[in-house]
Design a binder for this molecule. Structure first.
Ligand code: FDA
Length: 390
């Protein structure tokens, strides 16, 4: 006999949302998490202020094997819906940049809100215990936790992806999905800093320098800040492009996205006695100009440099190729690209097409948002979709 209507595995963003919605529909919901507290990633998100959604949420800001998959859930539970919930709890928020909404106070408020929503739905929690096994038979899922067996006709995989293992993140959802015959799109770390090899050691001297760039990988571009680190490249622009990047390919950085390639010719005409170094230092900061010029190996007064050479320098600064040696991996990745393949799931309910009663939501699924509140919006929306169906 079932002792619950649904068992949600994972008390993170998606799992809590799903449990609250299902509970408030009158379902008896149990949430299991091996962590001893709920919503740990929410607490550290957005530098402790949780970038809880993005007002520009749209399916084209997500990476997925099926770019249309996220549309249904995102369309039925929008950023405005989540804002309305946050407002109902009197949580003050502000837009930081690019549609990113943050709490004025603390991410703790979002976790408290979700806990309250779960309490309203009579959701019960089993925390601090790992799942030791899951079976299915006679229309029931049996989830073993320590010596106890919980039974329900539905289970929801909401254990996220393996990014930041030291916080308890695992690939558990993938293992369960495979156990029930679902496929998993090869996961890899995303929203993660790049490392540069020894041949790029020159840029270590720039550690701490941040600059507005346009970064490109194939046809994907982001205009945001880049940050040089002692190991490589970080900052929002680099984190964004890392989700698309493939090993052994270059990323191209435009260090002067607002200037045309010919701008140095104008400078030459206007101030022929000024050195190229000084012109670039004014446009880029001294440290960055020095490091780039060392690579370009051109110097002298503007008037002494040929137009052709200045055009080449301009072109190089507008399309500087970096060949990352890798990324900082799951230890530093904010999210995971890939995951449970959407082909096996209903985009309306998040239920597995061929495995009745098995649902997957949030980051565990092969839907990965851009930096900026998009991954949480997917967690809320997919959580609501499943919460309305279980
Ligand atoms: P989530 O990871 O939240 O929850 C999974 C839960 O499952 C956890 O509670 C975990 O303990 C549990 N679990 C895992 N394995 C288990 C197992 N084997 N057994 C039982 N339980 C298990 N996104 C955003 O939109 N805005 C932001 O500001 C940020 N900031 C940010 C900062 C940092 C440092 C990180 C690492 C990530 C972000 N993110 C973010 C990403 C965001 O945190 C992430 O996408 C969501 O938390 C995903 O929600 P889920 O509910 O899918 O997984």
């Amino acid at each position: 006999m079932a002792d619950h209507d649904a068992i949600v595995l994972g008390a993170g963003a998606a799992g809590m949302m799903c449990a609250a919605i299902a509970g408030q529909r009158g379902r008896r919901v149990l949430v299991i998490d091996h962590a001893n507290a709920v919503g740990k990633k929410i607490l550290i998100s957005g530098g402790g202020r949780c970038n809880f959604t993005n007002i520009h949420t749209a399916a084209d800001r997500y990476l997925s094997g099926n770019p249309h998959f996220a549309k249904s859930a995102l369309g039925r539970y929008t950023a405005q819906d989540f804002i309305a919930l946050v407002d109902r709890y009197g949580i003050a928020w502000h837009e930081k940049t690019l549609g990113q909404l943050f709490c004025d106070g603390s991410a703790r408020q979002i976790v408290a809100m979700l806990e309250e929503e779960c309490a309203t739905g009579g959701v019960t929690f089993a925390l601090g215990q790992g799942v030791t096994g899951i079976d299915h038979g006679d229309g029931l899922y049996r989830v073993r936790v320590g010596g106890t067996e919980h039974r329900a006709p539905s289970i929801v995989l909401a254990t996220g992806g393996p990014s930041i293992p030291k916080m308890g993140a695992t690939g558990f959802a993938y293992d369960v999905a495979r156990q029930f015959g679902l496929s998993v799109v090869q996961p890899r770390p995303a929203l993660v800093p790049f490392t540069l090899g020894p041949e790029e050691a020159l840029f270590q001297s720039l550690s701490g320098v941040s600059t507005d760039v346009e970064v490109r990988w194939n046809k994907t571009r982001f205009r945001e800040a880049a940050l040089f680190t002692h190991r490589g490249l970080s900052g929002p622009a680099m984190l964004q492009i890392s989700s698309y990047w493939q090993h052994r390919t270059a990323i191209n950085v435009n260090f002067l996205p607002d200037r045309p390639v010919e701008w140095l010719l104008d400078e030459k005409r206007d101030r022929p006695r000024t050195s190229l170094r000084r012109v670039l230092a004014q446009a880029l900061t001294e440290r960055l100009a020095d490091a780039l010029l060392e690579r370009i190996a051109v110097q002298g007064e503007m008037g002494s440099l040929t137009d052709k050479l200045l055009r080449q320098v301009g072109a190089r600064l507008n399309d500087w190729a970096f060949m990352p040696s890798g990324t900082e991996g799951y230890a530093k990745a904010e999210v995971t690209v890939g995951g449970i393949a959407t082909a096996g799931l209903s985009s309306r309910t998040m239920e597995a097409n061929k495995v009745p009663g098995l649902y997957a939501i949030g980051e565990a699924v092969d839907v990965t948002g851009w930096l900026g509140g998009y991954t949480f919006q997917w967690a809320w929306a997919s959580g609501v979709a499943a919460g309305q169906a279980v």
